[in-house]
Design a protein around this ligand. Sequence first.
Ligand SMILES: *[C@@H]1O[C@H](CO)[C@@H](O)[C@H](O)[C@H]1NC(C)=O
Ligand SMILES: *[C@@H]1O[C@H](CO)[C@@H](O)[C@H](O)[C@H]1NC(C)=O
Ligand SMILES: *[C@@H]1O[C@H](CO)[C@@H](O)[C@H](O)[C@H]1NC(C)=O
Length: 340
Amino acid sequence: MYWLSLAALALVAPTDALIRFSCSQLVRQRLDPLVNPGMVPSTHAHQIVGGNTFNASMDPKMDIAGKATCTTCTFSEDFSNYWTAILYFKARNGTYKRVSQIPNSGFDGANQGGMTIYYMQNQLADYEQKSKVTAFKPGFRMLIGNPTFETKAQAQKFRQLTYTCLKNIDTRFPETMDFPKQPCAHGIMANLRFPTCWDGKNLDSPDHQSHMAYPVNGTFENQGPCPESHPVRMPQLMYETIWDTRPFNNKEDWPEDGSQPFVWSFGDQTGFGTHGDYVFGWQGDALQRVMDSPCYVNCPTLKTQTIEEANKCSMEPVVKEDIDGWLTELPGINMGPMDK
Ligand SMILES: *[C@@H]1O[C@H](CO)[C@@H](O)[C@H](O)[C@H]1NC(C)=O
Ligand SMILES: *[C@@H]1O[C@H](CO)[C@@H](O)[C@H](O)[C@H]1NC(C)=O
Ligand SMILES: *[C@@H]1O[C@H](CO)[C@@H](O)[C@H](O)[C@H]1NC(C)=O
């Protein structure tokens, strides 16, 4: 697979950057500073990586990189936060068990599996990374996906929010928009790619989405132009999270009708409600510097720390509750319409 042959990648000479790095788990708990700012606990459980200023409010004016004292990411100038919902297994008797996470290829030892983060200028397979992009700025935040979506038609509003049924750690195809229907020998990878065109003005918007847009035609990968309303081409931000569904692969434990047993922490059993959140927190102009530097996967212009060092950054959950199962209800899911 092209993006996994790290030895081969070291031999190419890009003009600009694509970075891929590990962020260990910082904390998992029911907080969501974007959708439910200040609300403790928030409506559903998340797994969060990145800088240790993460909290329920995350004031957009907060100097994240100035305040943070550590990050779980191996690029140690990155104090951003990246988070998604948590995956649960629903047993035949109706109880739920949290699915744990495992590290991605190349990132063994990442605490609780964490997440793999990419920022890229061109498609993954393009070693040259020639297109210019404008880095996100302090105060920038966005989310992608919609937890109320339950059909493919709805989910098609978003591009490239997918799952990969892993046969092994290097499996990358095919991708599906809903949960895999059969047991996956090495777990399920959830892939989230954010939109790449910015309105150039707003660091956020009420729905945390409309300040960003997809290319007007084509895709980011094939250099589709940004719409006039959102003319600024940004890096392609992408998350990969690997859910260790291996302990639940016995079909005897799956629903009797043969349907798949996994459910997001917000109650979605289809997978179409997959979503992810981003709060920018890179130090100074580090992200712009790297996007303007010849880097591919690794990047000598950035400060790094080992995965072991990154693992030392962690937070105690503010919300004290059992979210690890076996649970009779999903944490928070019975809180009303905001659940969804
Ligand atoms: C979040 O952190 C900021 C900065 O440290 C602090 O001012 C604020 O009170 C915290 N908010 C919550 C809800 O913990
Ligand atoms: C429900 O099923 C799971 C998986 O088989 C089991 O571990 C758990 O103890 C069961 N819970 C109850 C309340 O029966
Ligand atoms: C995409 O849109 C641009 C601007 O509207 C247009 O010039 C271009 O031909 C379109 N490309 C394709 C492949 O449709």
